[in-house]
Design a protein around this ligand. Structure first.
Ligand SMILES: Nc1ncnc2c1ncn2[C@@H]1O[C@H](COP(=O)(O)OP(=O)(O)O)[C@@H](O)[C@H]1O
Ligand SMILES: [Mg+2]
Length: 339
C-alpha cells in the first residue's frame, strides 16, 4: 500500500519564534485561527503532518526540508520578515526546490498582489474594472482629469484592508492629495486610486487548478449604514467586532441574485482566475452595480482559510466539510504543474 503523504504546514510569524518552540499558546489566539484549524484538519486526514514557523530564516526551512522530506508543503506563510509583499518570494523559493505546495504559484501571487497589473490584464480581456491611476512614492499626487470622484485611495500592494478607512473615500482634490500623502508616508506604500463603484459587495470562492469549482457566493451587507454613505470593507469593517455590530456589517450568503446574474458572476470569476494564472484556491472580490454589471475589485489567491471565514463557509455550503476542503487543497497542491 502507498504510504500516506508527508505534509509540512508552513506558517509565518510577525516576531521571530525559535523553531523548536511549542505553539500551543499561539494556536489558542485569534491570530492563529487558520493555523489551528488546518492542523486539526490535517490530524483528521490520513497524512503525516509536521509544521514549521518561518520568520526570515531560510536555513531553518532548508534543514526541515532535508530532515522531514515532505511530499507537499501546506503553505500558510504569506509574509517574510514582516513584509506581506514577499509571499510570492517564499513560493518562488519552494518552486526553486521543486517542491509541491498548496495554493497559488509565484506568478499568480505576483499578478494579484499588484492591484494595477491585475486590472490592466483583466481590462484588456474586457472584464469591467474601476478606472484607476497609480501614484508611486516620490511622485506628486495629481489626479488625472479622466478619473472621476468619488475615488477610493488604497495601498497598491496590500491586503486585509490595511490602510483602508472611511478617509480613503475622497471627493475633492484636496482630500485626494492628503490621503495619497498619508499612505506614502505612514504606510510607506505606493498608491492606487480607483473610481468608487457603488453596489453590492460579493465574495466568490474558487477551487481548482485546471478544472474549477465555484462555491456559493457570499456577500458583505452593510445593514445599518445609511444608503447615501459609502460602503467599504475598511480595516475596522473587517476586524473590529464592535464596529461591525454598530453598523450592522455581516458576511452572509448572497440572497436573491437573479439566476442569469449568478451565472455571469460564476463565468466571470472563472475567467479572472485563469487570466491571472491563479491555481489552488482563491476568493475573488466583486462589486455588483444596481444595473447588474459585475466589477472586479480584487483577487485573493490563498485567502484566509479559517473555518469560520468566507472561503470555508462557501465550501461547506457546497457540501465540503472543513477536513474535506483541506484534503482537496492538499491534493491540488500535490498535483499542480507550475514550472
Ligand atoms: N474601486 C472600488 N469601489 C468600491 N469599493 C472598493 C473599491 N476598491 C476597494 N473597495 C472596497 O474596499 C475594500 C478593500 O479593498 P481591496 O482592494 O480588496 O483591499 P484589500 O486587498 O486590502 O482587501 C473592498 O472589499 C471594497 O469594500
Ligand atoms: Mg480585498
Amino acid at each position: 500500500m502507498k504510504r500516506p503523504p508527508k505534509v509540512l504546514a508552513l506558517f509565518d510569524t510577525r516576531t521571530p519564534i525559535p523553531p523548536e518552540q511549542d505553539l500551543s499558546a499561539e494556536l489558542q489566539t485569534v491570530d492563529w485561527q487558520t493555523e489551528a484549524n488546518v492542523l486539526v484538519a490535517l490530524g483528521e486526514l490520513r497524512v503525516a503532518a509536521e509544521h514549521l514557523v518561518l520568520f526570515d530564516d531560510l536555513e531553518v526551512l532548508n534543514q526541515k526540508l532535508t530532515q522531514f522530506a515532505p511530499d507537499v508543503i501546506f503553505n500558510l506563510a504569506d509574509q517574510f520578515r514582516n513584509n506581506r509583499a514577499l509571499d510570492q518570494n517564499i513560493v518562488s523559493f519552494l518552486e526553486l526546490h521543486g517542491l509541491p505546495f498548496t495554493g497559488c504559484g509565484s506568478t499568480g501571487l505576483t499578478l494579484c498582489k499588484h492591484k494595477a497589473i491585475s486590472k490592466k490584464i483583466l481590462s484588456y480581456h474586457r472584464i469591467h474594472v474601476p478606472g484607476f491611476t497609480v501614484v508611486a512614492r516620490g511622485r506628486r499626487a495629481t489626479r488625472p482629469r479622466r478619473l472621476k470622484f468619488p475615488i477610493l485611495v488604497k495601498p497598491l500592494k496590500e491586503e486585509a484592508s490595511y490602510g483602508i478607512s472611511q478617509a480613503s473615500f475622497v471627493e475633492t482634490d484636496e482630500q485626494f492629495q492628503e490621503r495619497v500623502q498619508f499612505l506614502h508616508e505612514k504606510h510607506e506604500q505606493d498608491v492606487i486610486a480607483e473610481e468608487y463603484i457603488a453596489g453590492r459587495e460579493l465574495y466568490v470562492s474558487v477551487l481548482g487548478n485546471q478544472r474549477l469549482q465555484v462555491f456559493p457566493i457570499r456577500e458583505l451587507v452593510f445593514r445599518e449604514v445609511p444608503p447615501e454613505e459609502p460602503k467599504i470593507a475598511t480595516y475596522r469593517a473587517k476586524w473590529d467586532e464592535e464596529y461591525r455590530k454598530r453598523w450592522g456589517l455581516q458576511n452572509q450568503f448572497a440572497e436573491s441574485l437573479e439566476p442569469g446574474v449568478a451565472r455571469k458572476i460564476i463565468t466571470t470569476c472563472k475567467r479572472i482566475y485563469r487570466l491571472l494564472t491563479i491555481d489552488g484556491y482563491a476568493r475573488i472580490d466583486l462589486r455588483l452595480t444596481p444595473a447588474n454589471e459585475v466589477y472586479f475589485i480584487e483577487a485573493n489567491p490563498n485567502p484566509i482559510l479559517a473555518a469560520e471565514e468566507d472561503f470555508a463557509q462557501s465550501a461547506l455550503r457546497a457540501g465540503l466539510s472543513y477536513a474535506q476542503l483541506i484534503d482537496r487543497i492538499m491534493r491540488l497542491g500535490l498535483k499542480a504543474t507550475r514550472t
